[in-house]
Design a protein around this ligand. Structure first.
Ligand SMILES: C[S@@+](CC[C@H](N)C(=O)[O-])C[C@H]1O[C@@H](n2cnc3c(N)ncnc32)[C@H](O)[C@@H]1O
Length: 428
């Protein structure tokens, strides 16, 4: 397929997402099944167009004067991918699968200035969240939104139980990997432009042998901040598929014990294979039976709460969720987080550390949540995050990451990572 056909396909997929309120991944898959002639390169390009359109939906809609699937996809082609109206016109004229010719208004969208747009449009953040984001980032909130509307890098964590980052980079040399800027075991591959394909690293022999995991650098940093040490007794209370459990096991050199729990069996299911592939021997999975954690009450050095959250920090990867988030969903996640903090506190021994993590950038789920916990739970205090950072990451904390409430907040703008929050709380 040439570019015009790919644009037409992206318009079709976006229309399907809009009309049937389907997740993007599902709509893309179904388009692929109905159009088997399309190769892997075509499918990747169409996916990039659709995701780029959703990443910058508000600003493209402003520039193009419409938020129809056609306007958004043409907006991506001209404003993100650098096509000119003249080049598109010429290409469309030669391709039977092309969308209809550009109107003069659409062509004008190529160079429309966003200077007159509201800050919400310029940031590509949903308008109802503007007050929260202004509170979190002050004058930087538009720049934060613009970085959150970009494409994410592909990050890997070298599994210290099996391989050093250098070995991982050698195995993946064909993709030109680089050491990550902050995470000591991180390896990164920047996102390419236009129709660039994301490297398929999970078929690499290094992956199959457990030398590395796919894990955003932000997730690696907060896992390191948990500060787990050899011999610790650790509970990963929201272990899910085990991203943090695997990182903790590597930091602990397979010594001590990690209990990996999740209330959702299906989310926990992949952890068994992942532990095996990573060579983890110090993790015990606790399936969600009643009383599954009763024997751990008051016994643990660290309890990690990688809390269910709105995922606002991952909007670069899942831009459709940016426009689906509602105040009701935010309130529901806040209630779950508050309950989990209280639950987590039960399992700590005195002197133990509660590690609260979200992949959200909203203060309601971060500093506010911790402040409410501290106000209602005697005997806990914030651990100094600057020295925790120095100890865990062997560098000084970059300026501007510490939050007013005593945690840290990573963002694409600040650290080139997904958005993550981490706060350490010590039990007296
Ligand atoms: C952010 S995800 C965890 C991601 C995982 N730690 C990782 O690094 O791959 C949050 C998890 O919390 C789980 N969860 C939600 N409520 C819970 C509860 N009350 N107790 C334990 N787990 C819960 C969800 O099932 C979900 O898997």
């Amino acid at each position: 397929m040439r570019l015009p056909g790919r644009l037409a396909a992206a318009i079709e997929v976006l229309a399907d997402v809009k009309q049937r309120k389907r997740p993007v991944s599902e709509a893309l898959k179904s388009w692929g099944l109905n159009n088997r002639f399309a190769g892997a390169g075509d499918r990747a390009a169409i996916g990039n167009l659709v995701y780029d359109a959703l990443r910058r939906r508000a600003s493209h809609a402003f520039a193009m004067g419409s938020d129809s699937p056609r306007a958004l996809v043409l907006g991506v082609a001209m404003r993100d991918w650098g096509e000119t109206p003249a080049a598109l016109d010429a290409a469309f004229a030669e391709d039977n699968h092309a969308p209809a010719a550009l109107s003069p208004e659409e062509a004008a969208g190529a160079t429309a200035d966003l200077g007159g747009a509201s800050p919400v449009v310029q940031s590509d953040f949903p308008d109802w969240l503007a007050p929260s984001l202004q509170r979190a980032f002050g004058a930087d909130w538009v720049a934060e939104g613009q970085a959150m509307a970009g494409r994410p890098s592909l990050d890997l964590r070298a599994n210290a139980l099996k391989a050093a980052p250098e070995k991982v980079m050698k195995s993946l040399a064909r993709f030109s990997p680089q050491p990550a800027a902050i995470a000591p075991f991180g390896v990164t591959m920047p996102a390419g432009p236009r129709d660039a394909r994301t490297p398929n690293v999970t078929t690499d022999e290094g992956y199959l042998k457990g030398w590395f995991e796919v894990q955003d650098q932000g997730s690696q940093i907060v896992a390191a901040l948990a500060g787990a040490r050899e011999g610790d007794q650790v509970l990963d209370l929201c272990a899910g598929a085990g991203g943090k459990t695997l990182a903790l096991a590597a930091t602990m050199g397979n010594k001590g014990q990690i209990f990996a729990y999740d209330s959702d069996r299906s989310r926990l299911a992949p952890i068994y294979d992942r532990l095996k592939r990573n060579g983890v021997r110090n993790a015990q999975v606790r399936a969600p039976h009643p009383g599954a954690l009763d024997d751990l009450v008051g016994k643990l050095d660290r309890v990690v709460v990688d809390a269910p959250c709105t995922g606002t920090g991952t909007w670069r990867r899942r831009p459709d969720t940016k426009w689906k988030l509602t105040p009701e969903l935010l309130a529901q996640r806040q209630a779950e987080q508050a309950a989990l903090l209280v639950e987590a506190a039960r399992y700590l021994k005195s002197g133990g550390t509660l590690v609260y993590i979200t992949c959200s950038i909203l203060p309601e789920e971060n500093d506010d949540q911790v402040a409410a916990f501290l106000a209602s739970t005697p005997g806990f205090s914030s651990v100094d995050i600057t020295s925790a950072w120095r100890q865990a990451l062997i560098t000084e904390i970059p300026p501007g990451l510490a939050t007013p409430g005593g945690g840290i907040c990573l963002t694409p703008h600040r650290t080139g990572t997904d958005g993550f929050y981490c706060h350490l709380l010590r039990k007296a």
